[in-house]
Design a binder for this molecule. Structure first.
Ligand code: HSE
Length: 297
């Protein structure tokens, strides 16, 4: 038999929670179909136009499944058919979708022998192939759904955060920002006064989500550490952010390491108005873009 899963795009960081917060989107999604193979190792078949490597050691899905195989002495190998929709380098967790989907499908094939936390652990090997470091803020929400807090990755400690209904508008200006580069430019030291603001916002955001307090969510969507450095890589960033807030968005910022920008809104009409604002800005700048209008899954 074969198992197919849809693996979602995700928004990492959620503005103030660099490397520790993320949420899953209802769309776009990638599709992965996994079956058991009599050949040893992982065999990758690409059924899309992205030309991703098929050598499993340097393929995100392959590296994740190879990590899983090491803990499955009874399994020879897997075949994966990869149908990607989420564009690599867009900032909405393309690599995490590639890492998470296949291990979730393989686990179903194997009778759910692994926990979600185990699956995150395997998928992080795939994420490392893509960005050079292990981080779980896209993978955890891709596997758990909804909003997740990664309190620690060594050892893994993942907490699902209840959230009220939230509409998400994403704009992907068609430039490429490599996560590895976007991490390289970050400062290694943080001022205490900035750290205090940042952890106040993270705590406020988590409390706001749990208490379904939209105003508190909006007030907490502020990043004084990462955004000032990274936003320079994204043409139109400040204008998009300000105009979307003026249009009624609760707030938002860089999705993951960019270049996508996401905005949260309380209702669908506002999310739609926000999409129009994003389109206007990039039409005027003259930069190609793609938008997604969706909800937190
Ligand atoms: N937390 C990561 C970063 C997500 O911002 O670098 C990118 O994949």
């Amino acid at each position: 038999g074969a198992v197919s899963v849809l693996s979602p795009a995700t928004v990492a960081n959620v503005v103030c929670g660099f490397d520790i917060l993320g949420f899953a989107l209802n769309n776009p999604t990638d599709e992965f179909t996994v079956s058991l193979s009599d050949e040893v190792g992982v065999h990758i078949i690409n059924d899309d136009d992205f030309n991703l490597p098929t050598n499993p050691e340097i393929n995100v899905s392959g590296a994740a499944l190879l990590a899983m195989l090491e803990e499955c002495p009874d399994v020879k190998g897997f075949t994966v058919i990869s149908k990607k929709v989420v564009k690599p380098g867009s900032g909405i967790g393309s690599s995490a979708a590639s890492a998470a989907g296949p291990v979730v499908a393989a686990n179903i094939l194997l009778g759910n022998r692994f926990s979600k936390s185990d699956l995150v652990r395997f998928a992080m090997f795939g994420e490392k192939v893509a960005s050079g470091v292990k981080h779980a803020d896209n993978i955890a929400p891709a596997i758990y759904g909804g909003v997740t807090l990664i309190r620690s990755i060594f050892p893994l400690d993942i907490i699902s955060i209840d959230a009220p209904p939230l509409h998400v508008t994403v704009v992907h200006p068609q430039i490429e920002v490599r996560t590895a580069d976007a991490r390289q430019i970050l400062k290694q030291h943080v001022l205490l006064k900035d750290a205090i603001k940042q952890w106040g916002n993270i705590a406020g955001l988590v409390a706001g989500l749990i208490q379904q307090d939209y105003d508190l969510i909006g007030r907490s969507l502020e990043d004084v550490i990462i955004e000032p450095v990274r936003s320079i890589l994204i043409p139109g960033f400040n204008e998009v952010k300000q105009k979307c807030k003026d249009a009624g968005a609760l707030g938002g910022g860089i999705s993951g390491s960019g270049p996508s920008i996401f905005m949260l809104s309380k209702d669908a009409e506002t999310a739609k108005a926000v999409e129009e604002v994003m389109k206007d800005v990039y039409n005027r700048i003259g930069l190609d873009y793609q938008t997604h209008l969706t909800t937190i899954n």
